[in-house]
Design a protein around this ligand. Structure first.
Ligand code: PLP
Length: 393
């Protein structure tokens, strides 16, 4: 028996997506840039259809007969999309050299900002979050200067699931003359997204977080903004992102977007309720357990907890013996003995920030899975606490 509850790290490719991709791994192997014969044109049409599907997931508009690429660009991953927006900030915001971001962004944003600081003389202001992981829009407003080129605040945090007031922050960024970017990778396919309602100029996602394969992502760029390429070469993506199209991956991402849209109204409330049941079951079974992140303003599928006297990593290893796959934070931070920067930003002391466990549910997680987790986790926490020399019960 195996229960996979690490869907915030990555998800499996679902059958609908695999079926949509298969022709493009077999006979339909054409290059979308080869317009002069049918094989190429078929691939081109498939990429265009996928762009429509992804655009719908984001509430972006692309004319149905539009052959020219607009607003939604395919990339290799969310990390590339984030890099594109942040690294090319100097080319759009001529002369402005300041970025405002939050303390709980993923390294895909934070290390790119640090790169801009080190190599391009940018100043980066990192606004704090409260104990539930919320950014205060007033703090963003205070951080803005006439030099601010970009504000980058994520829609949903990958470790604790907290949802940020992105629309409010975007309005503030615009009033201050900055452009707004959001990393929406954990929200896409989980909650309705609408780039117009959010008021963002740039939005990044990755397909593998919502059942598309790894190796494909997208960046939304608002109409009227010409973001020069990060990757130079051929004229793909209307001269905005060079490199031969990952056709099968793109088709998979389009299909995954369509499926997520169709299922969201049933999957999201089910996951939200399962997370509440999980929290209720775990908190009833063990003393000194704490919930990290906002209990209501959150994406439906993440629960992050910590146990006093039980290291998160130790619990993970024991759960693995029982076929329960979870993580202690972001996949990128795992294997790294440093405490999570997200939990530290929530004000959790260094020694306690090691103790967290992130359960991230998938579209197919069942109530039976959750009951099993509620049975096994407290037992294993007890075993670890019993071995601990510091745990005083
Ligand atoms: N941003 C957030 C919030 C994430 O959770 C992740 C992956 O976990 C990334 C960025 C990076 O995504 P990718 O590895 O698909 O580029």
């Amino acid at each position: 028996m195996s229960i996979y509850l690490d869907n915030a790290a990555t998800t499996g490719v679902i059958p609908e997506v695999r079926d949509a991709m298969l022709p493009f791994l077999n006979d339909d192997f054409g290059n979308p840039s080869s317009k002069h014969y049918d094989l190429g044109r078929r691939a081109r049409r498939a990429v265009m259809e996928a762009r429509q599907q992804v655009a719908k997931l984001l509430g972006a508009e692309i004319p149905a007969d539009e052959d020219r690429v607009r607003n939604v660009y395919f990339t290799a991953c969310d990390t590339e999309s984030n890099n594109w927006v942040i690294q090319n900030a100097p080319l759009v915001a001529k002369g402005k050299k300041h970025i405002v971001t939050s303390a709980i962004e993923h390294p895909a944003v934070l290390t790119t900002c640090a790169f801009m600081e080190k190599h391009y003389g940018f100043k980066v202001t990192v606004v704090p979050v409260d104990s539930t992981g919320l950014v205060d829009p007033a703090a963003v407003e205070k951080a803005l200067t006439p030099e601010t080129a970009r504000v980058s605040v994520m829609v949903a945090n990958n470790e604790v699931g907290t949802l940020q007031p992105v629309a409010e922050i975007a309005a503030i960024a615009h009033r201050g003359g900055a452009l707004m970017h959001t990393d929406a990778v954990q929200a896409a396919g989980k909650i309705p997204l609408d780039v117009k309602a959010l008021g963002v100029d740039f939005l990044s996602i990755s397909g593998h977080k919502f059942h598309a394969p790894k190796g494909v992502g997208a960046l939304y760029v608002a109409p009227g903004i010409d973001l020069p390429p990060l990757i130079h070469g051929g004229g793909q993506e209307n001269n905005h992102r060079a490199g031969t199209y990952n056709v099968a991956g793109i088709v998979g991402m389009g299909k995954a977007a369509e499926v997520a849209m169709a299922e969201m109204a049933t999957v999201a409330p089910r996951q939200f309720a399962l997370v509440e049941r999980l929290w209720q079951g775990l908190s009833a079974a063990s003393p000194k357990i704490h919930r990290n992140g906002h209990p209501e303003k959150r994406i439906p599928n993440i629960l992050n907890v910590r146990y006093d006297g039980a290291e998160g990593e130790a619990v993970l290893l024991r759960l693995d013996m029982f076929g329960i796959q979870v993580s202690s934070g972001s996949a990128c931070a795992t294997g790294d003995i440093k405490a999570s920067h997200v939990l530290l930003a929530l004000g959790i002391p260094q020694e306690d920030a090691h103790g967290s466990i992130r359960f991230s549910l998938g579209r197919d997680t069942t109530a039976v899975d959750i009951e099993k987790v509620i049975e096994v986790v407290p037992q294993q926490v007890r075993v670890i606490r019993d071995m601990s020399v510091t745990w005083k019960g």
